[in-house]
Design a protein around this ligand. Sequence first.
Ligand code: TRH
Length: 389
Amino acid sequence: MNAPPLCWDIFCAVVDNYGDVGVAWRLARQLKREYGGYGGYNFTVRLWVDDLVAFRAICPEVSPSLSVQYVFNVEVRAWSKNAADLTPAVPPANVVVETFGTRAPDSYSRAMASASPRAVWINLEYLSAERWVEDCHTLPSPHPHLPRVTYFFFPGFTDKTGGLLRERDLEEDLRRFPDSPEAREAFWKTLGLAAPVPETQTLFLFAYENAATPGLLDFLASGSLPFRCIAPPCTQMKTFFGNAALSEKTSSRGRLEFLTLPAFVPQTRFDALLLCSDIVFVRGEDSFVRAQWVEKPFIWNVYPQKDKAHFAKLDAFLDLYCKNLSREASKAVRAFHHEWNENRFSPETCAEWIACLPELREHAKNWAKHLKKHDDLCRSLVKFCLSKL
Ligand code: TRH
């Protein structure tokens, strides 16, 4: 007998940058790839994205001109968050996931509300380690005028939350990528970059416009260790290297070599990029989580919010993350994170953090092991939705 179909609609409106679509895409891929036949169902996954150009930056297989396309067995649909309808209309889904406050069109919501059986409706929220998240995770919220309930679903770091996106084969994939100079060299070559000279520390720099960046680069340039800093295409280096450097792929000063990637690497190779680095600076949500899975010392640039609300997010995370660190390392991690997120740089704080790197490398492994005790986000979501069908 054929397995009954179970259709998922995931709606993503790109607010800015790449995290909205980055998370939605990672979830859609995992749902289809790992849960395609789960619970005796045949999952189909439709991902609605309102900015296919941003999507293509992290997934080159996406064509921005197609309204319907299949990418890694996920049906990708273009839509406009301002349109009243979805065109063409689609058969109703069994599970609807609205990511990060995205709202599906009204006509779609009305059609779904009168469909039988009713769809399970999920509001997938932003990642935060704040305590209130545990109380709000899976709370139902009735629709103001439709017979529909939306469940809040919160990613998080504890087993009272939805967990973090983590692919089933993650460990195997990471192990398959050998941590050797040859493997790194081969990876850099695929990006058109030469291998670093031996003993060089590679720092991957993915941050928001940050006035602290020139200070960091200056510090690395005048230090005793050779550093190589690799960053995605951006313009924030103007103040450090001058305008001319922006047209060059590589610039250097003192002990620092600075390389700009020609383009984003596809999301499917993003882990490899982090694995080939010794220290990673990450931001937002998805790259922040990946830094933890690849078990590297990292500095997190939190997505800036009005009224500095993001500092509560930062401190909540640091409280969990620093629990088993020595006093010195905890102090250094907290201080560097605070300064970086306040767009400030001080050489003393950075030097203290660098001095703690051996401990932070060990800690990164233990932290990942601790997180892996909890169900991952995709699994928690599937289990929850199937229980509500
Ligand atoms: O780009 P981000 O800052 O994304 C966001 C958005 O600003 C969003 O509005 C906000 O709500 C959210 O953060 C919290 O950072 P993030 O989340 O790390 O997303 C970047 C994505 O891009 C992630 O999926 C990794 C991917 N990526 C690549 O695939 N290749 C690359 O070379 C790089 C640099 C990133």
